[in-house]
Design a protein around this ligand. Structure first.
Ligand code: 13P
Length: 279
């Protein structure tokens, strides 16, 4: 399940100490995959039909993976209604650091929650690039997500220049270090590694490069959260499509995907969800 305070089922009676996104498999924790769709600034009311189609398509898929759709803020309330009774959770794409106030045009984490969201994408490279969001600004929003009880999906990733210069891992380490505020716990957090040069370009890193970065992120989370670091899902994002999803989702330490363009059509997103290994 997505979102703090949910999924505190009988398997984990102590609630948030236990990872909500895991299943007991042979006495061990295994992370369920999370397939998250980021619709970005796409979708009028007619796009709600895609949520309904996704819901129909997921009837037999409940055990496979967790599914999240992040539509534009204008559709969250209706999307949450359309998803009712299905395994689809709804999320926002950004939030303000404060709960309310004179901030024309902004939406708070509490408002997202009130509208039916259980998660929020934060620090996406498009927010960093077009809205000047720095790591400290993202950290403020991460705190807001926690305050409102939303699962924060923190996006990190390097530019092509940074990768070519051999600095990809260092850049991502700095983003993680500076964007996750001290009060955040492992159970509040999902990471999405999205190399900027792979977003919307049709280019993807090699599976070896994805594996290297995800292993590095896992190690960084281990340092920061000790054993809790093992329980944080690390998604890959950037040109995930039905035809490359299986290969990407099979990479060690990849616990799901954050999907842009291919999440807009239920048929494509369903194909990606079906490519996820059952865990
Ligand atoms: P694309 O899947 O369209 O490359 O977008 C990835 C992304 O930015 C998801 O947040």
């Amino acid at each position: 399940m997505i979102g703090r305070g949910e999924g505190r089922g009988k398997a984990f009676p102590k609630g948030r100490d236990k990872p909500r996104n895991h299943q007991f498999v042979g006495g061990d924790f295994r992370m369920r995959m999370l397939l998250a769709g980021n619709w970005k600034m796409n979708g009028l009311k007619t796009a709600l039909a895609e949520i309904r189609a996704l819901k129909r398509g997921l009837v037999d898929e409940t055990a496979r993976a967790d599914v999240l759709v992040c539509p534009p803020a204008t559709l969250i309330m209706e999307a949450a209604k359309a998803a009712e009774g299905s395994p689809i959770a709804i999320g926002g794409q950004d939030c303000h650091a404060l709960a309310s106030g004179a901030y024309t045009g902004d939406v708070s984490a509490e408002m997202l929650r009130d509208a039916g969201a259980t998660a929020v994408i934060l620090g996406h490279s498009e927010r960093r690039q077009y809205h000047g969001e720095t790591n400290p600004i993202v950290a403020g929003k991460m705190k807001a997500a926690r305050r409102a009880g939303l699962m924060a999906i923190l996006c990190v990733g390097e530019s092509d220049k940074e990768r070519e210069a051999g600095h990809a891992i260092r850049v991502v380490a700095q983003q993680l270090e500076a964007s996750i505020p001290p009060e955040l716990g492992a159970s509040d957090l999902t990471i999405a590694y999205e190399p900027i040069w792979a977003i919307g370009t049709g280019k993807t890193p090699t599976t070896a490069d994805i594996g290297e970065m995800h292993a590095a992120i896992r190690a960084m989370l281990g340092k920061r959260f000790s054993a809790g670091g093992e329980t944080i899902r690390v998604l890959y994002g950037g040109s995930v499509k039905p035809d490359n999803a299986a290969e990407i989702l099979a990479v060690p330490n990849v616990d799901g995907a954050l999907v842009g363009g291919a999440s807009l059509k239920a048929a494509d997103f369903l194909a990606i969800i079906r490519a996820a290994p059952r865990r």
